[in-house]
Design a protein around this ligand. Structure first.
Ligand code: PRX
Length: 667
């Protein structure tokens, strides 16, 4: 592994005896659950293994195709084409086909705003809104192939807008609303977006997030943007926004214009090639520049729809809630495309879990009768810290299945979730996947796989991972190594938008023909997978991925900084926290004011999610003789471990100095 090998993600807490005991506990599927589960026959694993293409072809029959595919898979490693020759439309599959059935009056989106306002859209309502939105997009000149950026709060118009884009074949790129203007600008420019959809604001902990102002700052430097489409979420009494004549259009005014022409606008779904781009999702990597993962239509929809059905054991009367933001891949795959393709009722919530009080999630579960909850370990640890009194205020008995995603879950958090949220009766699916994989890859199937707290258990049928050493040999049981995927899968990212070489280099070069996940893992004696965190320079803060290089680039762009090294140090709540080691420029005195300024500077460059938790100053950074910063050593210092090998250091005394400073500042 690289010099910057990650610390074992869950190891920080797994060392207590309690946790070790829990690690070896097994939770078989509850018999009543298993008896009614969507997947009851374990032979599915073998069948999918023996004939993966047949398996995925059968899965593809879940969707409606305008034209059936000629070939399931065309694989010229690392380039995959799935359902070659097939034609379909994701918007049609998520909306129109349900409107043609009894589901037309089923709730598609059950939405609650942070202030408590609510909206429920049936599939028929969703269909009407998607058509209207698509007509507005067309009026603004958006055509098949044009990229549309979204910088939005969690309101129904976000899902509606994505489906409207999919309807006309315009790939979307959603930029999480917590990103800064600079980050938004860079992503819009990289994707060459023609239109940016935003809102006058969104609610977060009782305050308005000024999305339109940030958009204005970003698009001032985005030459490809022709229009900004603005959704009125908070209204002018709460926040006045600047509308630039000729460029900015209110969505409701655009809709009014469409309705003046025709009271019931219908935009026919485009018949799109299976490999037509559906969206670009930016994710952090090991360099300063985020990577635009390109996902396409047919394979992605097959993968997300099947996994959503089987892993969450979706029934038609379920009320499903994934607490992610649609600004991340989890929201794309498991709020929008997977669930809606399956005709599910999806809960969507705009705001924070502690507004107005720390029981908001549990209040929502009780209010809407949520049956399936999918959330992140960092949230679970936060709830643990807040205490059981908050869930105990509410009736959570409707819940029947729980899921987690985003980072390794420590066994204590797993047990707490199982006991206090699931009432001891709900299976937990710990789902491992990535922006690049598009769909869940390692996970229990809740009706047939016994779970172990802290393990994502088994690969999904048709998925073939392995764990390799540096030479590419499969490692024996209970040995850590690099997690790879050996066979293509339908929802895989097809390339990095605009940079195919980087796609090859990042994922397919280390072990030719095998997909390198960037995660470490081990398998136990039962063949269960235990994810050990990133092995590259990627930090996972509250389930959000950040490249250490991105934060370093932000820091060194500050005039007071000569050099910076950033690491992810274990954190009891956020999984990892950003810790920066900074060498100030000559004449700069480190002090609290500079620390505060540097933190703000990073927030301005990337967004609040990248704010360093701690900054340490050092006259020099530990480097190898080839001038590579040894982040591993910094991590050892930050996590109080005995230092690993320091013999390759250019100047070993530096580490001792940093360690001393770290220890004194900790105290
Ligand atoms: O390190 C793994 C971790 O999150 C990374 C992917 O991050 P991102 O692309 O932002 O997608 C997050 C949501 C899919 C992975 O490389 N990760 C995700 N899920 C798990 C996990 N680590 C351990 N267990 C998981 N269940």
């Amino acid at each position: 592994m690289s010099d910057s090998q990650g610390s074992a993600g869950s190891a920080g807490t797994a060392t207590t005896i309690d946790a070790l005991l829990q690690e070896s506990r097994r939770f078989p599927p509850p018999p009543a659950f298993a008896a009614a589960a969507n997947v009851r026959d374990p032979s599915i694993y073998q069948r999918a293994h023996d004939d993966p293409e047949g398996f995925w072809a059968e899965a593809a029959n879940r969707l409606d195709w305008y034209q059936r595919w000629d070939k399931v898979l065309e694989w010229n490693a690392p380039w995959a084409k799935w359902f070659v020759g097939g034609q379909l439309n994701a918007s049609y599959n998520c909306v129109d086909r349900h409107v043609a059935t009894w589901r037309r009056n089923k709730a598609a989106i059950i939405w609650e705003g942070e202030p408590g306002d609510t909206r429920t859209l049936t599939y028929r309502d969703l269909w009407r809104e998607v058509n209207r939105f698509a007509a507005v997009l067309q009026d603004l000149g958006v055509r098949k192939g044009d990229v549309v950026a979204f910088y939005m709060p969690m309101i129904p118009e976000l899902a509606i807008g994505l489906l409207a884009c999919a309807r006309i074949g315009a790939p979307h790129t959603v930029i999480f609303g917590g990103f800064s203007a600079e980050a938004l600008r860079d992503r819009i420019n990289d994707s060459k977006s023609k239109l940016c959809v935003t809102a006058d604001g969104g609610w977060r902990r009782g305050s308005v997030v000024p999305l339109k102002d940030t958009t204005d700052a970003a698009v001032a430097e985005c030459p490809t943007i022709e229009h900004v489409l603005v959704v009125q979420r908070v209204g002018p009494d709460v926040r006045q926004v600047n509308m630039q004549a000729g460029r900015d259009v209110w969505l409701h005014e655009g809709v009014e214009q469409v309705l003046r022409r025709t009271p019931h606008p219908i935009v026919a779904p485009e018949h799109l090639d299976s490999e037509h781009p559906l969206y670009i999702m930016y994710t952090s990597g090991t360099t300063g520049k985020p990577k635009g993962q390109l996902h396409t239509t047919g394979g992605y929809l097959v993968g997300t729809s099947l996994t959503h059905d089987w892993i969450f054991d979706l029934k038609d009367d379920d009320v499903y809630w994934c607490t992610a933001d649609i600004g991340w891949v989890t929201g794309h795959s498991y709020i929008v495309y997977g669930p809606l393709a399956n005709g599910a009722s999806v809960v969507m919530y705009e705001g924070a879990p502690d507004f107005p009080d720390k029981d908001r999630f549990w209040a929502l579960i009780e209010k809407y009768g949520v049956t399936i909850l999918y959330t992140a370990p960092t949230s679970i640890r936060t709830f643990m810290r807040w205490g059981t009194e908050y869930p105990e205020r509410h009736d959570l008995s409707t819940l029947r299945l729980l899921g987690t995603v985003g980072e390794p879950i420590n066994p204590e958090a797993w047990m707490w979730y199982q006991q206090y949220i699931g009432g001891g009766r709900c299976p937990i699916v710990d789902t491992w996947w990535q922006t690049e994989t598009g769909m869940i890859m390692i996970t229990p199937l809740p009706g047939i796989v016994a779970t172990k707290p802290g393990s994502a258990t088994r690969p999904f049928p048709g998925i073939e991972p392995d764990i390799l050493d540096e030479q590419g040999n499969s490692v024996p049981a209970n040995t850590g190594g690099n997690l790879v995927i050996k066979r293509p899968w339908p929802a895989m990212s097809r390339t990095i938008f605009g940079d195919p070489d980087r796609y090859v280099q990042t994922y397919w070069a280390k072990y030719p023909g095998l997909y390198l996940t960037g995660d470490g893992a081990r398998r136990d004696d039962d063949g269960y997978y235990w994810l050990l965190g990133r092995v590259d320079d990627v930090v996972n803060v509250s389930g959000h991925r950040l490249g250490t290089m991105e934060v370093e680039s932000a820091l060194v762009s500050h005039p007071a900084v000569a050099e910076a090294a950033v690491i992810g140090a274990s954190d009891p709540i956020t999984g990892q926290a950003i810790v920066a080691f900074v060498t100030p420029r000559g004449g700069q005195q480190p002090n609290d004011a500079l620390t505060a300024d540097l933190k703000e500077h990073v927030v301005r460059s990337i967004g609040a999610l990248a704010r360093p938790k701690r900054i340490y100053y050092t006259a020099e950074l530990p480097k190898t003789r080839s001038a590579k910063i040894m982040r591993r050593l910094l991590r050892d210092i930050a996590e109080g471990r005995v230092l690993g090998d320091t013999t390759t250091l250019l100047d070993p005394t530096i580490v001792a100095q940093i360690k001393e400073q770290y220890a004194s500042s900790e105290g």
